[in-house]
Design a protein around this ligand. Structure first.
Ligand SMILES: [Zn+2]
Length: 117
């Protein structure tokens, strides 16, 4: 493990904090997302706008759920003592990169390679 105890503790805290934030926003989102009533009157908001907004909220929710899964995976990796190493090439990801995105599971080079051009 290339991370020292202090760095690891810091990242653990970051993961916890981020996880709580995401869980909170998901609860809020589910509370406020109501199905679009297509027969109802939208006032100034057109039916298309309402559907578009619903789609955006859904995308946002899916994105957060994915992030939450990654955060949980990161926690498992901490428990297993393999956190901070790239899933693909097994190189250390680097403390600074982990501080910015503690849920990241790939190193910079591998995540770049995965991006669709
Ligand atoms: Zn890698």
């Amino acid at each position: 493990m290339y991370l020292n105890q202090k760095e690891l503790a810091e990242l653990k805290q970051l993961i916890h904090k981020k996880q709580r934030q995401i869980e909170d926003s998901l609860v809020e989102m589910k509370k406020s997302s109501k199905p679009v009533n297509l027969d109802g009157s939208f006032g100034r908001l057109s039916r298309m706008d309402a559907l578009q907004q619903q789609q955006m909220a859904l995308n946002n929710q899916l994105h957060l759920e994915k992030e939450l899964k990654q955060l949980k995976a990161s926690q498992n990796r901490i428990d297993q003592g393999v956190y901070g190493y790239c899933l693909q090439c097994e190189e250390p990801i680097g403390f600074k990169r982990l501080c910015v995105k503690p849920e990241v599971l790939l190193c910079f080079a591998c995540s770049k390679a995965q991006e669709v051009p």
